[in-house]
Write a protein that binds this ligand. Sequence first.
Ligand code: NI
Length: 250
Amino acid sequence: MFIDTHCHLSYEDYADIDLVIKENREAGVKKIIISGCSESWIEESLKLSRLYDDIFVTLGYHPSEVGTVTEDMLLDLRKQLLDDKVVGLGEIGLDYYYGKDNKDEQLELFEKQLKIAEDMNLMVVIHSRDATEDTINCLKKYNVKGVIHCFSGSIETAKIYVSMGYKLGIGGVITFKNSKLSEVVKAVGLNNIVLETDAPYLAPTPYRGQQNSSKNIPIIAEFIANLMDVSISEVASITTKNACELFDLN
Ligand code: NI
């Protein structure tokens, strides 16, 4: 069995969610964790999690939501996070890819949510793009653990996160030509990764550029199995165990 630990599922992107869930099951992807990371996505993710046993959620405000998130919304988030299907807080973090103009606001929103995770004893899903140093410094201030979603850094950075108790979220990017992620996975080993698609984005080769879906998790697992010279079922069992421990799933 596989778990897709990070995807974005919504009616805006997928006309037939019944079909998505059916295809996931047929591919062996029995649980998926939707990241609801804007006000409307939080609502929709919770609704979907009530409709399907397979769906769990993490909730939190993505750095791209900076400027729209009020104190009232953060109070609401604390209540929304109490839902039975919530397995963590995220994705939250820092994104300097488009510039650092709103860096202070990003840091403020990130730290407020790290504080909520610490208070509520929730694991966190971290989005960090071109912001490694600030991300590590923020995480060190709070007693939290979690996953570095869509990890894309160096072996050295990977080892720092692992030493802090984080797992690396590995998805379709590892299958891309020129990706350096294979070296990272070899360096940290299967015990320190979880599988994710980030669907509808980042479909693995040979579907790169097309709409992604959780059913593609086995493609990522097969790539990693070849890389590590182990069976695909071993990749499935280790990464599923990692995900169950991290997200407190059975
Ligand atoms: Ni995402």
